[in-house]
Ligand binder design. Structure first.
Ligand code: FDA
Length: 383
């Protein structure tokens, strides 16, 4: 074996695929029972509808190298992501745009009129002096829109009143003064035609790649554990950076999500893939309806059943899946200390969203793995 990779998410698999194609023998271990990390999906058994197991995953990128690379393993549908939100029983388009504004104020403002209105409403606070998330939100979009669409949704995401959240949690709240409600602005967007798992399996399908599932790097009863391997061969580690160092600098904090899946006896539950729930009286943040991610599969999916998933957000404990870095000042200090420790680890590179403690979209995880391969691994002896 020339390289050990801990974690079979997009970061680990991209390194594995590049290394294998360059002639190296690679072993990928993952503690889960499947490859693909959080992008993993599977067909719900009763309906055959593809469900993204760890939350909805929409692929989008403006990076030509990443787009070219991913197209080696899958084609993409022409899916374009749009999100709606339910506020007090009325549905509005997101991100906040001229359609949202005119519906909310029951008006027909021109772009210029809407801009002037929001600017006047936003004058209540100055964004640079905002003492907390609430003041920052109001400074960015004004109180009426903030209270309707941001305040309670944010409180549900963080289980914290936005008055008690730091202003830095939001840097901007995009408002579009057109009716464009395309969620992403990237050059390329779509979903893998035959699903995420088919894409992921093609990346791992190489005679030089050996995948071992149900294998935890910290489990000393399995042969490829940390103490047996570090210093013996190059390692790319994509698990949590604090866990690698036994929380020596404190545990970094994460938010997690709980998903409640249900097969409902209707062919179409909500008419769209994602419906946010903006208000405090609904405990979940959003409902996904998976059939709508693939309208082109309508003839394969049942017409009398659908799969929905309610999403709840909360702070993660050690036992939960870490999803979004909380990134408090304490976390940032801890991360800097872990980065220093990481520099001292011979032949171990830290990558991916857990290994670097940052939220990465799939295209960013793949892009940063390609950079790591090109800059730090490709020229090592053994290729
Ligand atoms: P990832 O977490 O996928 O993989 C890490 C792997 O390491 C896991 O399989 C884990 O089991 C394994 N591992 C950890 N510790 C280990 C140990 N001790 N031993 C062995 N294995 C270990 N992106 C996007 O572009 N569009 C989107 O719509 C979304 N949506 C989205 C929703 C939610 C809820 C989340 C949390 C994330 C997204 N993402 C996303 C981001 C996407 O999931 C992310 O870019 C990739 O998961 C990053 O891949 P990594 O390989 O870095 O991590």
């Amino acid at each position: 074996m020339d390289l050990l990779i801990v974690g079979s998410g997009f970061f680990g698999l991209t390194i594995a695929e590049r290394a294998a194609s360059a002639g190296r023998k690679v072993t990928v271990i993952d503690r889960r029972t499947h490859i693909g990390g959080n992008a993993y999906s599977e067909n719900e058994p009763e309906t055959g509808i593809e469900v993204h197991r760890y939350g909805a995953h929409l692929f989008h990128t403006s990076n030509p190298a990443v787009w070219q690379y991913v197209n080696r393993f899958t084609t993409f549908t022409d899916y374009v992501h749009r999100v709606y939100t339910n506020h007090k029983g009325v549905v509005y388009p997101l991100p906040i745009n001229l359609g949202t504004i005119n519906q909310f104020f029951a008006a027909a403002y021109s772009p210029e009129q809407a801009r002037a209105l929001i600017q006047a409403q936003a004058g209540e606070f100055d964004a640079k002096d905002a003492a907390n998330l609430e003041e920052k939100g109001i400074a960015l979009i004004g109180r009426p829109l903030y209270e309707a669409f941001i305040r309670d949704y944010t409180a549900k995401q963080w289980q914290t009143d936005p008055k008690n959240l730091p202003a830095e949690v939001i840097s901007r709240l995009p408002v579009r003064y057109t009716y464009d409600n395309r969620y992403f602005n990237d050059t390329w967007e779509g979903l893998p035609t035959d699903g995420y798992t088919a894409w992921i399996e093609r990346m791992a399908d190489h005679p030089n790649i050996d995948v071992k599932l149900d294998t935890d790097f910290f489990d000393e009863t399995q042969p490829l554990h940390k103490t047996a391997t570090v210093g013996q061969l190059p390692i790319v580690y994509t698990g949590p950076i604090d866990r690698y160092f036994d929380d020596a600098e404190g545990a970094l904090s994460w938010r997690t999500l709980d998903f409640e899946e249900e097969v409902v006896p209707v062919g179409d539950f909500q008419g769209t893939p994602v419906m946010n729930y903006a208000d405090a009286d609904v405990p979940y943040t959003r409902i996904h309806e998976f059939r709508h991610f693939h309208p082109e599969r309508a003839d394969r999916y049942p017409s009398d059943k659908s799969v929905i998933m309610r999403e709840y957000s909360r702070f993660a404990t050690r036992e939960d899946e870490p999803y979004y870095p909380v990134n408090t000042a304490e976390d940032r200090a801890g991360l800097l200390a872990y980065r220093e420790l990481a520099k001292g680890e011979r032949d171990v590179l830290f990558g991916g969203r857990l290994g670097t403690y940052q939220y990465l979209d799939m295209h960013m995880a793949i892009g940063s793995a390609l950079s790591m391969w090109n800059n730090q691994l490709a020229d090592q002896t053994g290729s």
